[in-house]
Design a protein around this ligand. Structure first.
Ligand SMILES: *Cc1c(COP(=O)(O)O)cnc(C)c1O
Length: 435
């Protein structure tokens, strides 16, 4: 399978090239040239497949430059934690995507990307340096993916004082081949430093450098696996299947669209957003108007210009009408989100995180306006509520239980290298620390 750039359908690169480049030379995002349909027998017998086997059946069409044994191993290492479907009521369930090392769905993409890069670069003579600018969650997911991988070092750049205490602990306590740089600046400064480093010939002589950017196709692909895994766990598969996706950059939703194009019978996607309402506005009036993002309590969705929008319109050949037929979307305030956390607890006894709560609200609205309420409705629960305990504990007036892997990292010693935001200072600190 070859991959095109959303800026130019005539580009054709291999999967390896798409993964190692991250973004096309023309600034576009990579997409597969075609999306194959899975055989009917696969869907009929899906309950017999393990989550990892499902991953292989999906991935094998897109990745044809890795042999079967290696690809199975890569998938088994990446899909190493479950995605259970937990019922809230007769027809509503949540798909828990937070059982990975950093308690959010981004672990699936980060683990898969890390294992692929390790495979593709295993014969490189130079060490590999992964540079990641992070405003919080992405950095720790990526770092965990590459943790203890031989021949690979990770430099995480984060804005000092601008990430939560929990996030900072997750970024700075891994050690080994993971190095955290605390930049005296904002997230954009971190991103600028990463960009400059990629063009630095002296660094290029020492390292083979790659970014683990969130738009990498290797982060997207494994996210389609768990839509099949959700369907597998649904008992009465004859009912229409609708799925609510808390969305920011729309990577998760795009992965779902790929699963649907492969034949997964999804009747409707519900794109649930917070006050950053560019997408529902686009569905309403057909105009895409990116804005500066506004801060909310579901902060992983604070995106004013969703990067995967280019992929979505490319999948639908720019036809708003068919996008409307497939996706509905609505936006919710922080106040509504807080009441939803309470409501889900009171009605179903389930502790949901602020992102999942936005998903719940959008699903509820969809079902209210929908004639046939007899459906299988699934909300993607994108993060564990204890990651947002300051919010969740206060509104529920109780202490959310924190998984051991998070509480353990909170008491570890923070190790980071403080650096100023100019490139010369950062480079000096980088070279001193990692060579
Ligand atoms: C990243 C993230 C989202 C948004 O996902 P997109 O793929 O960017 O739409 C939602 N919830 C959580 C917890 C996240 O970390």
């Amino acid at each position: 399978m070859k991959f095109y750039s959303t800026n130019n359908k005539q580009t054709h690169v291999s999967f390896r090239e798409a993964v190692l480049k991250g973004i096309a030379d023309d600034g576009g995002l990579f997409m597969p040239n075609e999306i194959p349909k899975l055989p009917e027998s696969f869907f009929r017998e899906i309950e017999k497949y393990s989550f990892q086997e499902i991953g292989y059946e999906v991935a094998k069409f897109f990745i044809d430059d890795i042999d079967e044994q290696d690809l199975r191993r890569i998938i088994n290492q990446a899909v190493s934690f479950p995605a259970p479907l937990v019922p809230l009521s007769e027809n509503i369930s949540v798909l828990e995507l937070f059982h990975g090392p950093t308690l959010a769905f981004k672990d699936f993409g980060a683990q898969f990307l890390a294992n692929l890069i390790e495979h593709y670069l295993k014969d490189e003579e130079k060490e590999t340096l992964i540079l990641v600018a992070t405003s919080g969650d992405t950095g720790s997911a990526v770092a965990n993916g590459f943790y203890e991988k031989r021949g690979i070092k990770v430099a995480l750049l984060y804005p000092g004082g601008k990430v939560s205490k929990t996030q900072e602990q997750q970024l700075t306590t891994l050690g080994k081949n993971i190095f955290a740089f605390e930049v005296e600046g904002v997230f954009d400064d971190c991103q600028q430093l990463v960009k400059q480093a990629f063009h630095d010939n002296e660094l290029k002589n020492i390292f083979s450098m790659t970014s683990a950017n969130s738009i990498n196709i290797a982060r997207l692909l494994p996210q389609s696996f768990y839509y099949f895994e959700a369907y597998k766990q649904i008992k009465d598969k004859s009912l229409p299947f609708v799925i609510s996706v808390p969305s920011g950059n729309f990577g998760n939703l795009t992965a779902g669209l790929i699963a649907q194009a492969m034949g997964l019978p999804i009747e409707k996607f519900i794109a649930a957003v917070n006050a950053n309402d560019i997408f529902p506005k686009y569905l309403e009036n057909g105009e895409y108007k990116p804005k500066d993002s506004v801060q909310t309590i579901s902060n992983a969705m604070d995106v004013g210009n969703p990067s995967n929008f280019a992929r979505i319109i490319s999948l639908f050949d720019n036809d708003v009408e068919s996008i409307r037929n497939t996706i509905s979307s609505s936006s919710y305030s922080d106040e509504q989100t807080l009441s939803a956390i309470k409501e889900v607890k009171e009605q179903f006894g389930y502790t949901i995180d602020p992102h999942g709560a936005v998903g719940y609200l959008a699903l509820k609205k969809y079902l209210e306006n929908c004639e046939n309420k007899n459906v299988n409705a699934v909300i993607l629960e994108t993060a564990h509520p204890s990651k947002f305990s300051e919010i969740v504990d206060e509104v529920l007036n109780e202490k959310t239980k924190m998984p051991e892997r998070l509480s353990a990292c909170l008491v570890k010693e923070k190790k980071s290298v403080l650096t100023q935001k100019d490139y010369a200072s950062f480079k000096e600190a980088l070279i001193k620390t990692i060579t």
